[in-house]
Every structure is written in structure tokens, then in C-alpha cells.
Design a binder for this molecule. Structure first.
Ligand SMILES: *Cc1c(COP(=O)(O)O)cnc(C)c1O
Length: 220
């Protein structure tokens, strides 16, 4: 097996083990391979190994890389995991199958218009700033009910919540908090967990884990 297939098998095994410990089905957890900054040549081995969900954090970078890769392999699902500017909402709706970074009323409004125009809606996650960090994207916990209501008014169906916990502290309480917020609002999906903590996230209810470094190696 090549490196990419080895790494993928390792991450999948770790997800399965964490799911088993939590009495969950591994099939209920979607592994998103975060391919931001990586060239098509680094992505192809993972596709060849069977990986189909990929995450990018910038619309422009994804638009440059993925149409060609998708033409080679039908059935790829593309997730936007980075902040989205309202003026790129139309591009994002055209390119992505899921958007994990819905975080403010102006973006909800732009996405509502873009989805109506396109006649399709990607799966949508509201990103929550669970650590209440000034520098980080995501809606404040206190603003979540109003943002969900705004999405509903804009005709958007919100499928789940996403969070990036503060760096360098134990993430588990933040994963538990996101799970609790999603349950409170009746939302089935939770996008949480990255290379360093995806097993903990799976044990605490993640339905989508976003893993870059553990699959691709360090970003340059
Ligand atoms: C880059 C990124 C990831 C992946 O991080 P790794 O530590 O490389 O696994 C996950 N989620 C978001 C939002 C990211 O920007």
C-alpha cells in the first residue's frame, strides 16, 4: 500500500475503534479529508484508495482544483469548511455539496438568494464559536437561536452545527457543548474533530470529522 492508502486505513480504523467504544456505528461518521493547500497530485492517491468526501477552506482554491478532479472521478462530495464571504455565496453554492461555516445573518441572506437562484441547496452547518474567541469565526452561542430563525426565514434548511474548539486546551467539553446545542435545536449533524482530536469527537457525537494532517502529512 502507498502512504496515502496507509494513512487513510489508519484514520478509518481509529474512527471505527472510537465509534465502537461509544456504541456507535462507524458508518454514521463521515470522514472529510481536508485537502486545502494540497495539489491534485497529492489528492489523487486518496481518491484511488476510496476516499470520496473532501474539505477545502477557500472557494477560489477549490474552484481551481476540483472541477478537473471531479471529472476524473464522479461521486466526490465537496465540503466548504472555511469562512465564506457573502459575495462568494453563489460560487460556493455551485461548487460545494456542504457548507460548514454559516455564521452570520448577512451570509444567511446571501445563501438564501444563491440557493433560490441555483435551485439547489447544499447541506448547511452553522458554525458556532464555542470558545467565545474574538479572532475566530462562528456565531456566538447567544446568537444561535436568532441565526437559526433567520435561516428559516430565508428558506434555508440547517442540517447541523460545526465548531473548532480553542487550540491547546482539552477539546472534549467543547465537543460536548456543540452536541448539546445541536440536540437542543433538533439538528442531526455535528461537524467536529480534526487530526489531533477526531477520536474524542467521535465518542462525543461527531457525525462529520475534518481530518487534514493525519491523511496528507504536514501542510507546507
Ligand atoms: C485545516 C482544517 C482542518 C484540518 O486540520 P488538521 O489538523 O490538519 O486535521 C479541520 N477543520 C478546519 C475548519 C480546518 O480549517
Amino acid at each position: 500500500m502507498n502512504d496515502a492508502a496507509d494513512r487513510l486505513a489508519g484514520v478509518r480504523a481509529a474512527i471505527a475503534e472510537a465509534a465502537k467504544r461509544a456504541q456507535r456505528r462507524a458508518d454514521d461518521i463521515c470522514l472529510i479529508a481536508v485537502s486545502k493547500t494540497h495539489e491534485a497530485d497529492a489528492i489523487r492517491p486518496l481518491i484511488a484508495a476510496g476516499q470520496r468526501h473532501f474539505g477545502e477552506n477557500r472557494v477560489q482554491e477549490a474552484a481551481a482544483k476540483w472541477p478537473a478532479l471531479r471529472a476524473e472521478t464522479p461521486g466526490v462530495t465537496l465540503h466548504l469548511i472555511g469562512q465564506l464571504q457573502s459575495n462568494k455565496a453563489e460560487d460556493a453554492v455551485a461548487l460545494f455539496d456542504a457548507i460548514h461555516s454559516v455564521d452570520r445573518p448577512s451570509l444567511v441572506e446571501a445563501l438564501g438568494k444563491a440557493c433560490a437562484k441555483a435551485g439547489r441547496q447544499p447541506q448547511l452547518f452553522v458554525q458556532v464559536n464555542v470558545g467565545d474567541e474574538a479572532q475566530k469565526g462562528g456565531c456566538a452561542i447567544a446568537d444561535l437561536p436568532a441565526l437559526l430563525a433567520a435561516a428559516k426565514s430565508a428558506g434555508l434548511a440547517i442540517d447541523g452545527l460545526m465548531a473548532i474548539p480553542p487550540a491547546n486546551v482539552e477539546p472534549a467539553p467543547y465537543f460536548a457543548l456543540l452536541d448539546e446545542l445541536a440536540a437542543r435545536h433538533g439538528l442531526p449533524l455535528r461537524s467536529m474533530g480534526m487530526s489531533g482530536d477526531f477520536e474524542t469527537a467521535v465518542m462525543l457525537g461527531a457525525t462529520h470529522v475534518r481530518v487534514g494532517t493525519a491523511l496528507f502529512g504536514e501542510r507546507g
